[in-house]
Design a protein around this ligand. Structure first.
Ligand code: UD1
Length: 424
């Protein structure tokens, strides 16, 4: 298995360019199912998850042209299969984003139960509740570990749907289904993430009538048909946060280009509470942690615009190095502290109870053999390795490659002593 080796690197310095957002591009690609015309998506990051989504779409019958780097042209003229490929769905949970578009356009989808990062149970009950509310029949075929969602032509009808939790994926799936429904759909307690707005923008370019995306009440007026469009993916706010933390943990300074400060406000606020300098410059976000005494802060993860759960583990790695004790509370997922065991192998001395972690801080971490237990935990291990004494050897790095483009080289460009060892 391939590994990443990281040595203590000193302060990182330089510029880094942020790629298109993984969590945006996946639903955007799924949305291309909704029309028989060509959709051109620009600013597409080169990620394993994007490749899985391309395979997923091809399996349904979509023609994908990815010959130009960073651009995907997708056209779903006719359906070849209404069944999601089980191996692909196991590989990537975001495969379920294709359910809404398949239901809306073809009136049927069979979806094996999803895989992806092992962070908690991650059910899809809210997605299914949405499909049912819009008039679909949902059969949970537990024996064969799959879900069958279907509707007779013309029976998908707009309705008011209240989400018990502002799930990102459920909001996206319902929004996509509702674009071609009869009548108006209102999603109440909708997720407000920037990726939701990006998807609504793409759908509206295709001819959908979506209003108020980005608020907790989205209104979708169904239309008969959608058309092709050209759309560029927004920058990745989690990658942005990861490089902000790379500057902070190494006590370096990094200019982060192609980043949207409005999407990372809680990360900026929390870094400032730790006494890290963050300047919003015309050319990017400049993070400077040189020659400053950095101090503890508490973190509580929340749906957007709260502190992102995807930055919890990288931020925790940083907090192990600052003065004083920090408390980290995870409220979005019920099992997202697997990185604590790995950070403790490096001497972090973190204790957890339920969804709360106590980080004592002021630690000199030591290099160790650790695992990337999920995508963002993998990023946390790289950050910890940059300041640990000796060498940190990170295994299971396929998680990192699912969601960070050109990760090792971007770190090398900032002066990190890091390398990937390729093994079968
Ligand atoms: C998306 C992101 C992921 C991020 C997460 C929360 C993508 C591809 N992934 O995942 O990186 O960590 O948002 O910001 O965009 N839930 C239910 N029932 C459901 C759906 C969700 O109980 O039907 C629960 C989940 O178990 C979890 C919480 O809601 O505890 C949040 O999940 P959700 O917002 O749906 O996350 P994803 O869309 O899977």
């Amino acid at each position: 298995m391939s590994k990443i080796l990281v040595n203590s690197s000193g302060p990182l310095h330089g510029e880094v360019e942020i790629s298109g957002a993984k969590n945006s591009v996946l639903p955007l690609l799924a949305a291309t199912i909704l029309t028989d015309q060509t959709c051109i998506i620009e600013g597409v990051p080169d990620l394993v998850d994007v490749n899985v989504m391309k395979k997923m779409l091809r399996n349904y019958g979509s023609e994908i042209d990815d010959s130009e780097p960073g651009v995907i042209r997708a056209q779903m003229k006719e359906v070849a299969s209404c069944e999601g490929d089980a191996d692909l769905v196991q590989e990537m949970r975001a495969s379920v984003f294709t359910m809404g578009p398949m239901l809306a356009r073809y009136g049927k989808v069979i979806m094996p139960l999803p895989g992806g990062c092992t962070i908690g149970k991650r059910p899809i009950d809210l997605h299914l509740k949405g499909f049912r509310a819009l008039g679909a029949e949902v059969i949970e075929d537990v024996e064969n570990e799959r879900v069958i969602v279907s509707a007779e032509p013309g029976t998908i009808k707009g309705d008011a749907i209240y989400l018990d939790f502002p799930s990102v994926g459920a909001t996206e799936n319902i929004m996509m289904t509702a674009t071609l429904a009869n009548g108006t759909t209102i999603i109440e307690n909708a997720a407000k993430e920037p990726e939701i707005i990006d998807l609504a923008n793409l759908l509206n370019k295709m001819g959908a009538r979506i209003k108020y995306a980005g608020t907790d009440m989205i209104r979708i007026e169904g239309v008969k048909k959608l058309s092709g469009c050209i759309h560029a993916v927004i920058p990745d706010r989690i990658e942005t946060g990861t490089f902000m933390l790379a500057a902070a943990i190494t006590r370096g300074d990094i200019l982060i280009k192609n980043a949207l400060p409005g999407h990372v406000r809680p990360i900026i606020a929390k870094l400032k509470e730790c006494n890290v300098k963050v300047d919003l410059l015309p050319e990017g976000i400049y993070v400077d942690a040189r020659d400053r005494e950095l101090i503890a802060t508490d973190i509580k993860t929340l749906p957007y615009p709260g502190f992102p759960t995807d930055i919890q583990s990288p931020f925790m790695a940083f907090l192990t190095t600052v003065k004083g004790q920090s408390i980290v509370r995870e409220t979005v997922f019920e099992n997202r502290f697997m990185h604590v065991v790995e950070l403790n192998r490096m001497g972090a001395d973190i204790s957890t109870q339920n969804r709360e972690a106590v980080v004592p801080g002021s630690k000199q971490l030591k290099g160790a053999r650790v695992r990337a237990t999920d995508l963002r935990a993998g990023a946390a291990m790289v950050l910890a390795g940059l300041v640990a004494k000796g060498t940190t050897e990170i295994s299971e790095i396929y998680h990192i490659e699912r969601g960070y483009e050109n990760f090792v080289n971007k770190f090398k460009g900032l002066g990190a002593d890091i390398m990937k060892i390729e093994r079968d």
